[in-house]
Write a protein that binds this ligand. Structure first.
Ligand code: ADP
Ligand code: ADP
Length: 229
């Protein structure tokens, strides 16, 4: 079953009298359980595409369906509610709340989704254990390494059991070895059934994905199953 389905999606940005065609006619289906890497040169539209996939942004034309819902057509408040329930985001920078503990950071999206407090705490602990941070739940972000902070961010992204995990350069701020730990964690998540779309320049991350979508100038140039190594 398709978690994501895009049909002839365009996204234009107006810059004064100029129009930038960031995404120019992308059609794409992502099924449940897939792990897709989107790669391509800087400026080819990868981040714009990821924002469209996660209903952070709307297409100028074309259709983005997330679990069958035409998310580009939803009013803002409904798009936000839909995103909160069905999509988890991980970014290059971790965007953790500095004054909150790891556990409290993971609880935030559950609080927004009105999950009862006791359940939030249990689930946050479970998720932190899953990403290997069971012993760090009381630490604040500044007391954690970059790789640990990214693992907290991944746990937070999974808080509301999203159908889809979207990641924008999740290893971009990490050294190679720490980046490999994040790649391994994404692999484990995918093996456990999470559908993942990741935008990246990191070749080892792209190689680990099961399908690679190559973009150039706002279009999909090539879409291929990754060569297994
Ligand atoms: P990538 O992620 O592959 O580097 P982006 O999706 O960030 O590419 O950008 C695609 C194109 O759209 C680029 O030409 C970029 O300058 C332009 N762009 C991205 N975001 C905006 C914006 N908010 N306003 C205007 N132009 C933008
Ligand atoms: P960059 O690629 O410039 O280092 P990041 O990877 O940190 O940026 O973030 C990617 C994009 O996601 C940026 O355009 C940023 O504005 C956007 N973004 C970051 N956090 C959020 C958020 N919580 N909700 C929506 N968009 C976000």
């Amino acid at each position: 079953s398709a978690v994501l389905s895009l049909r002839d999606v365009h996204r234009d940005y107006r810059l004064g009298s100029e129009t930038v065609h960031a995404v120019r006619g992308v059609s794409l289906d992502v099924g449940a359980g897939e792990w897709v890497a989107v790669v391509g040169p800087s400026g080819c539209g990868k981040s714009t595409l990821l924002h469209l996939l996660g209903a952070i942004d709307r297409p100028s034309s074309g259709i983005v369906r997330l679990r069958g819902e035409d998310v580009g057509a939803l009013p803002d408040a409904q798009a936000t509610a839909f995103r909160l329930r069905h999509v988890g985001f991980v970014f290059q920078r971790f965007y953790l709340m500095p004054t909150l503990s790891a556990r409290e950071n993971v609880e935030l999206p559950m609080a927004e989704a009105r999950v009862p407090k006791a359940e939030r705490r249990d689930r946050a602990r479970e998720l932190l254990a899953y990403v290997g941070l069971g012993a760090r739940e009381g630490h604040r972000p500044a007391q954690l390494s970059g790789g640990e902070q990214q693992r907290v961010a991944i746990a937070r992204a999974l808080a509301n059991r999203p159908a889809l995990l979207l990641a924008d350069e999740p290893t971009g701020e990490l050294d190679a070895r720490t980046g490999q730990e994040i790649v391994a964690l994404l692999g484990r998540l995918n093996a456990d059934g999470t559908t993942i779309v990741v935008v990246t320049h990191d070749e080892s991350l792209a190689r680990a994905a099961r399908r690679v979508v190559h973009m150039r100038d706002g279009v999909v140039e090539r879409d291929e199953a990754a060569v297994s190594t």
